[in-house]
Design a protein. Structure first.
Length: 497
């Protein structure tokens, strides 16, 4: 019986993304059985997979973590009770395997003794018995010379201690719960829009049913589950973690209509300049009152009593406590001026939302092209982080178009992503001219920059194209893209004011 691995686990074991394995399966290079791959086939395609050689996965994980503002170098171990339960489970499996092995050894020894007894039989039978004994010896010797436990098995055991695999029903979405994360945190990090509210065990909105596997309560909760809910296997995902691989029935947001409008008071964590005309405002919400939103959506920020403005969230919903905003610091912009000169670290900022439908079509199988005009990069960044967290897009290409090189204020980030991710391409495009006037826009975009996109992708209709920027720029780009044969349903536009 071959050792079968689900795609997520197999991808982790050999240090590539799930999309890379899906490509190999599609190309017929890696056999799959019901979404599973055999360890042997995996080793055949990745013969150099080693326990120590997990650099590709780690590299991508680190880049993702840095980009998401997570604690990269402080990866925590699972809760000690979880760790103990997982190690106990593995020890049980090991002792079962050992006793099965002893039994097989006894069978082999018995077989050999019986064959020896045939030495006294006729010549023909003696020869058959001798050949069979030789074969048994050769097989045993070959097994020993193969060098014991394969690296992949060791690595799989290690992964099973550090992380548990979760499969959601009815969506079929999958993710891993790592470190001290709860089921909810693991799902959010993987880019999944599970139903939840307070994140702290008070509201009951994250209730889900455990279909199989073992979970453990790792955070206290005030919400009281009824006896019948408990008997039916209901748990709170914000309080429980997975001890073993689990299957869970849970509700997920399918569209923006499923995300409630919220009022959250966040606090300023930091304000940093991004180049000479942009500010990065980093807000943090309280642990028990986070903002639930979909990547690409907007919120209204209110400073003091009278200054407010709408901004796209520039960070990913996979880190719902840390909200980032790119504030264009232009002369006469009262909001930006307040942020630059008066807003202090720790100060309260009212956040209302989310609104807007510039969100990812997660069911689409097509590769993604993002076109960001200037500050349109903010919602695009959130969408790209989300797409990377989901790990379902075959490829992601970003074209960032700005009047000057200096206006590409986050280029270090985009270049780091392009270096780290095999399926991400970044193309900065500098207009070098005026994008403010209709004639300037027409000349710079239609006369040159947008051509580059269709030169790179002559079959534009094979892609989903997301465009974000000011309304006049979007108008020009939309008309042009549709004229190039991009179906309207595959063009998703987000206005950034
Ligand atoms: S999200 Fe409120 S109880 Fe879990």
């Amino acid at each position: 019986m071959p050792q079968l691995l689900n795609l997520s686990r197999a991808a982790r074991l050999v240090g590539v993304t799930r999309v890379t394995l899906q490509k190999k399966i599609k190309a017929g290079l890696l056999p799959s059985f019901d979404g599973m791959v055999a360890a042997e086939d995996l080793l055949h395609v990745y013969p150099d997979a080693q326990l120590e050689d997990n650099t590709a996965y780690e590299r991508v994980a680190q880049i993702k973590d840095r980009a998401f503002g997570k604690r990269v170098f402080e990866r925590t171990l699972p809760d000690k009770e979880v760790l103990a339960a997982r190690v106990t489970g593995l020890a049980k499996e090991l002792s079962q395997a050992q006793s099965a092995l002893k039994q097989y050894r006894a069978v082999v020894d018995g077989l050999e003794a019986r064959l020896k007894a045939w030495d006294r039989a006729g010549e023909e039978l003696q020869a058959a018995a001798a050949s069979l004994r030789m074969w048994v010896h050769q097989e045993l010797a070959a097994g020993e010379s193969r060098g014991g436990i394969p690296n992949l098995t060791i690595q799989d055991s290690f992964l099973r201690i550090m992380a548990a695999h979760v499969k959601l029903q009815p969506s079929g979405h999958e993710f891993f719960v790592e470190g001290a994360d709860t089921l909810l945190e693991g799902a959010l990090r993987a880019g999944l829009a599970l139903n939840y509210g307070c994140s702290s065990g008070n509201c009951g909105q994250c209730k889900a049913k455990v279909i199989s596997g073992e979970v453990l309560k790792v955070r206290p909760h005030d919400y009281v589950l009824s006896e019948s809910e408990k008997a039916a296997g209901q748990v709170l995902m914000c309080s429980n973690t997975a001890v073993t691989d689990v299957v869970i029935e849970a509700g997920e947001a399918e569209s923006t209509a499923d995300i409630p409008f919220q009022h959250v008071t966040a606090h300023v964590k930091s304000i940093e300049p991004l180049g000479d005309a942009m500010l990065l405002l980093h807000l943090q919400t309280p642990r028990n009152n986070r903002l639930r939103f979909l990547a690409g959506q907007n919120v209204v920020l209110q400073l003091g009593h009278s200054i407010s403005a709408e901004f796209p969230v520039a960070s990913c919903p996979c880190d719902d406590r840390n909200l980032q905003f790119h504030i264009h610091n232009t002369p006469g912009n009262l909001f930006a001026d307040y942020v630059a000169t008066r807003l202090q670290k720790g100060e309260a900022v009212a956040v209302e939302g989310p609104t807007g439908g510039f969100v990812l079509d997660e069911d689409s199988p097509r590769p993604l092209i993002f076109i960001a005009f200037g500050a349109g990069f903010a919602p695009v960044k959130s969408l790209m982080e989300h797409a990377m967290a989901l790990d379902t897009a075959e490829s992601v290409q970003l074209y960032w178009i700005a009047p000057r090189e200096d206006d590409l204020y986050f280029s270090n980030w985009t270049r780091a992503w392009a270096d780290a991710l095999d399926n991400f391409i970044y193309t900065p495009l500098v207009a070098g001219g005026d994008l403010e006037t209709a004639a300037g826009r027409q000349q710079a975009l239609v006369g040159g920059l947008l051509q580059r996109i269709v030169e790179d992708h002559p079959k534009l209709g094979d892609y989903d194209v997301y465009v974000a920027g000011s309304e006049p720029l979007l108008d020009v780009a939309k008309k042009w893209l549709l004229a190039q044969g991009l179906p309207e349903a595959q063009l998703i536009a987000g206005v950034v004011r």
